[in-house]
Design a protein around this ligand. Structure first.
Ligand SMILES: [Zn+2]
Length: 141
C-alpha cells in the first residue's frame, strides 16, 4: 500500500525488532499525513529518502525502550537519510527551508529525525551522544 507517491506503508512500518508493526485504524490516517509532509522533504532535495524507522506500534515501541508518547508511537515521526547527503547537511537544509515540522533532530551517527506533531513548533535539535543521551538546541555547538 502506498501512503503517498514516494512512500509506502512497508517503509513506514519497517522495524528491526522482529515484532509485528501494524498501525491501528487511528494511526493509519496520521501516517498518510506524515508521508504527505515527507514528500515536501523529498522535493526539497530531489533525491530518494531512506526511512530507517517511522511508525512504532505499542509493542515495538516498548521493545525499543520508547516512551508511550514518542512521536514515532503516535505516527508523527520519521528517521531517515537523504541519498548522497550527510545527515547533518540534510538537517541544515531542512532547517533553512520553509518546510513545516514540529521537531528536527540531528541524531549524530544514526539518522535525521523529523516529526510533524500538529503543534509544528519547528524546534531544531541535536543529539550527539546516541540514543537516550542529552539533546541540545541547534544543529552545531
Ligand atoms: Zn526518531
Amino acid at each position: 500500500m502506498q501512503l503517498s507517491p514516494h512512500f509506502s506503508l512497508a517503509e513506514f512500518t519497517i522495524t528491526s525488532s522482529g515484532i509485528p508493526n501494524v498501525p491501528t485504524e487511528e494511526h493509519l490516517p496520521r501516517l498518510i499525513e506524515t508521508a504527505r509532509r515527507m514528500e515536501e522533504v523529498r522535493a526539497l532535495f530531489g533525491r530518494p529518502i531512506t526511512v530507517t524507522s517511522a511508525y512504532r506500534s505499542p509493542d515495538v515501541n516498548k521493545a525499543v525502550g520508547g516512551v508511550p508518547t514518542s512521536a514515532h508511537a503516535l505516527g508523527y515521526a520519521v528517521d531517515f537519510h537523504v541519498s548522497g547527503l550527510q545527515d547533518l547537511d540534510a538537517a541544515k537544509a531542512i532547517r533553512d527551508s520553509q518546510i513545516a515540522f514540529d521537531q528536527l533532530i540531528y541524531e549524530k551517527g544514526r539518522c535525521v529525525h523529523i516529526s510533524f506533531d500538529p503543534r509544528l513548533r519547528r524546534q531544531v535539535l541535536r543529539q550527539p551522544g546516541g540514543p537516550g543521551s542529552r539533546v541540545y538546541t541547534g544543529l552545531t555547538p
